[in-house]
Structure formats: C-alpha cells, structure tokens
Design a protein around this ligand. Structure first.
Ligand code: NAD
Length: 478
C-alpha cells in the first residue's frame, strides 16, 4: 500500500489506517531515546543540505517564479537553524527536571518528565511550503512523536516532493505524508491525534479547532492576520523604509508576518513614502523577469490581490506604484507591481482583510496614542513592528499592544531567533513553537511525585484524631 497518497473518496478509512499503524508502533516501543531523536534530526538535516537546490527548484515550479535566494533564506535556513539548535539543546530539554516538592510534602521529591504525546498531525500552508512543514516536524520528532503531515494542495509539486523526501528518510509508521486538498484536510483534522498543529488562514483555523474539539485533541494554531508596523516620531526613516520594504516584498508579500500596513506620523508621511519607494527600487530594480521578485502563487490569489488594488483605485485612493523599469507585467506571469496606498479609508477590503501580496497601505496618525488605539481596535495581530529610537515610546507600544511577537527597528527577524517563542494570540493563533517552545508544545509535561519511605501523609488519613488536628493546624497556619 502506498501510504502517502490519499484520494478524497477513501480518505477517512485510509487515514485512520495510517494513524493506527503509527499508534500501534508508538505503544509497542519505549519513548525514543536522545540518540534516536538526534539521529532522526541529523538525517533530515543532511538531506535538506544535500537537496536544497532541488527544493528551491520545486518551490519555484509551484510559484511560477520564486526566488531561489528567498527559498534559501526563508525555507531552508530556518529548517537548518532549527535542526542545529535542537541538536545542541535536546539533551537538556529532555532531562527530567527536579523541582522542590515543598515543605508540606517533605521528604518526598518531585520531578517533571517530558514525554512524547504520541501521534502528531501537522497541516501546513503553501506560502513557505517547506519550512512550515519541516520546522514543526523537527520539533515533533525531537519530542519523540510520530507524525502525519498534510501539506498544502496549492503547492502540489512541493507536497509531492515532501512525500518522497520524507518517505526516503522515515518509515510511514514514523512519518507519513498525506497528499490531498481541503476534503482530505477536513478528514485529517477529524482524526483523534494526540496533538494537531495547524498553520494557515484564520478561517480554516476555526474549522480545525472545531474538528479537534470532537476528540479533545489539543491544537496549536499558527494563523495570519494584519500585522501592523508603527513608525515612531523619532524613527530613523531610511533604515525603517529598507526594513519595511524587505519585510513586505519577501515572497511578494505572501508572508504570515509581513507588515500588512504602516502607521506613520502625519508630518513624516511624504518623506517616508518617498524613502520606501527608493528602498523598493533598490531591492528590485526590475520586476518582470527579475528572479529575485516572486510571483503570486496562483490565479485565484492573483485575482484576489488585484481586486484589492482595483477597489482602492475606484475609491480614489492615491496609489503609488513602484515599477522601476516601467514594465508591463502580463497577468500570466502573476507578478504584481509593489504598490503603496496612501491613507485608504478603513472600510476598504485592503484595510479589513490580510493582504498577502505586495500592497502596502500607509496611514498617517497624529499621536502615538491614536496609533496604539488603531491597532487595539482590531483583532490581535501575529506580529507588530515598531521603529523608533526612544526607549519610553518603544516600551509604551510594546506594553499597550498585544501581538503574537514583535520586532523593534526590524521586520520579520523575530521568527529566526530560536530562543523566542513563535505563535499568535487571539485571531492570529494559539500556542507557540520554535526552539524549546516547539519541544514543549509536542511534549506532555508529566508531574511525578516520589514518596519517601518515611513520610507524614499517614497523619492525614482516618481515623482522624489529635495527631491529624495538630498537623492540619500547622498546615493551615502557614
Ligand atoms: P489555508 O487555510 O487555505 O490552508 C492551509 C492548510 O489547511 C492546507 O494544507 C489546506 O489543505 C488545509 N485545509 C483547508 N481546508 C481545511 C479544512 N476544512 N480542514 C482541514 N484542513 C484544511 O491557508 P493558506 O492559504 O494555505 O495559508 C495562508 C494563511 O496562512 C495566511 O492567513 C497566513 O497568514 C497564514 N500563515 C500563518 C503562518 C504562521 O506561522 N502563523 C505561517 C504561514 C501562513
């Protein structure tokens, strides 16, 4: 039986079969020891290193045009960084942690044991189709689990590649890749996993959580949303413009943590807009055949992003197109000219929905308080970017806004800091991973109390008498 390919018709029972193969294997064996987990990760790391160029080629084929450098920066590097960090620290993460049992339970002892939860389901999206499947996989394997992975149908070549790539490294009883679309995804999410890890849109995230609730399967939801960028009154504008331009246009804006819109002090609006144009021209001197500038993944998304622009134009919004070589971009190439929308009204779709494309609304504000209130009046974002030199204003923004993560004087880079948890809050998700946080997400922390042969708990058992009263009096007085 080919374990990796599932058709929508028979998905339910085939998926259940794979899960039961994995569960039986899990129940038959001890939790994998450190050496075995490290060997899994090393094997994966070495294969990624060896096949990095093939991975870039297959992702490029899915996108039509996807910069190979972007794939190295955003799909390969994070995977290798995660493998390196995990290999280095896994021994210490796995170590049972001794904690004081407390005076009341003396001389008993207490430990926290991290154990694999069992079988983990991972559902991944198309925008970074390798990284967003493999980084959670590394964390799940590090925690000693078995994994069923369902990559996105929107990047079918990469998903097929993943099935073959992982199939060469691991038996289907350890890692099984499931190919299929939304129907298969729905059947997948309904499986009684021990943990379900989902990266994708907020709308699908709701369905995932509903399906998981039937099995009381815990979920981690890595969702999207509109990540704001606040330019402070004292920000160094050229540096801010460069960082925003890079963060926005990486993968042509198809990044969950891309700055979605910018809030800029009214007096600095024109200067910042000009500098942003300069920065974009420098990053992408041309667009149409420039291999550095990525295309929109498919026609549906191309039409969606184009419609956002069209609506803004029709409503009379000032649109600043940054098209350095004045090229015509044929729709078949699915590249969209980076476009700055100056002060669009709030009811436009571009100010309501996650943009996920190379369009950047820039909205002026009159006071930092107003900018903070604007952010806080919307669903909690996955990331927030603040640019400024003063510490007091920076701390005010960080303190008063709630976002999954944040960067100061930079965009995107918090995602590659292995010691930082990565995840959303509210509409942008729940739970976190990366580094030890990923290990914890896929581990059960079991609290274990070890009783000592001589102990005082007998004093608290019936028949209650004077001794129990004295002990209780002591316990309750502390
Ligand atoms: P999507 O929700 O369309 O699809 C994601 C995955 O879910 C795919 O594998 C798909 O087959 C599957 N799926 C679809 N319907 C399903 C259902 N009913 N039940 C179960 N599975 C189902 O998301 P997308 O368009 O691929 O991804 C883009 C979104 O993901 C954006 O909103 C982006 O911000 C977000 N995102 C978040 C992160 C993060 O780390 N937080 C990273 C990348 C993307």
């Amino acid at each position: 039986m080919d374990m990796a390919r599932i058709d929508a018709d028979d998905s339910q029972s085939r998926l259940a079969d794979i899960l039961s193969v994995q569960r039986n294997a899990f129940l038959r064996a001890d939790a994998p020891a450190l050496g075995e987990r490290q060997a899994n990760i090393r094997k994966l790391r070495d294969a990624v290193r060896q096949q990095a160029e093939q991975i870039a080629a297959v992702i490029a084929a899915d996108f039509g045009s996807r910069s190979a450098h972007e794939t190295m920066v955003a799909d390969i590097w994070p995977v290798l960084a995660s493998a390196r960090h995990t290999l280095k620290h896994l021994a210490s993460w796995m170590k049972p942690k001794r904690v004081p049992a407390g005076l009341d339970l003396m001389p008993g002892r207490a430990r926290i044991l991290c154990q694999p939860v069992g079988i983990v389901g991972i559902i991944s999206p198309w925008n970074y189709p390798f990284q967003l499947a493999v980084v959670p996989l590394i964390a799940a394997l590090a925690a000693g689990n078995r994994v069923m992975l369902k990559p996105s149908e929107l990047t079918p070549r990469t998903s097929e590649f993943l099935a073959g790539f992982l199939g060469n490294l691991f038996s289907p009883a350890k890692v099984a890749t499931i190919i299929g679309g939304a129907n298969v995804g729905a059947a997948f999410a309904a499986l009684p996993f021990d943990h379900l890890f989902y990266t994708g849109s907020t709308a699908t995230g709701r369905r995932i959580m509903r399906a998981a609730a039937e099995n009381l399967t815990p979920v981690t939801l890595e969702l999207g949303g509109k990540s704001p960028c606040i330019i402070g009154g004292d920000a160094i504008l050229p540096a801010a413009a460069h960082s925003v331009a890079f963060g926005k246009l990486l993968n042509a804006g198809q990044t969950c943590v891309a700055p979605d819109y910018v809030l800029v002090p009214r007096a600095r609006l024109e200067t910042f807009t000009g500098l942003l144009g300069d920065a974009i021209r420098k990053l992408y001197p041309s667009l149409r055949t420039n291999p550095d500038y990525t295309a929109i993944v498919n026609e549906r998304h191309y039409a969606r992003v184009s419609a956002l622009l069209e609506e803004a134009r029709q409503r009379g919004v000032r649109v600043v197109e940054i098209n350095p070589s004045n090229e015509t971009l044929p729709p078949a190439g699915r590249k969209i000219v980076p476009s700055l929308l100056i002060d669009p009204p709030d009811d436009l779709a571009v100010m309501q929905d996650e943009i996920f494309g190379p369009i950047l609304p820039i909205r002026p504000y009159d006071s930092l308080e107003e900018a903070i209130a604007f952010v806080n009046s919307r669903p909690r974002p996955l990331a927030l970017y603040y640019f400024g030199t003063g510490e007091a204003q920076r701390d005010r923004v960080l303190n008063r806004t709630v976002s999954g993560g944040a960067c100061v004087n930079e965009t995107l880079m918090h995602i590659v800091a292995e010691n930082l948890p990565f995840g959303g809050i509210g509409a942008s998700g729940m739970g976190a991973y990366h580094g030890e946080f990923g290990f914890q997400t896929f581990s059960h922390r079991k609290g274990v109390f070890l009783q000592s042969r001589i102990n005082g708990t007998g004093l608290l058992r019936p028949p209650f008498g004077r001794a129990a009263n004295t002990v209780l009096k002591f316990l309750m007085s502390r």
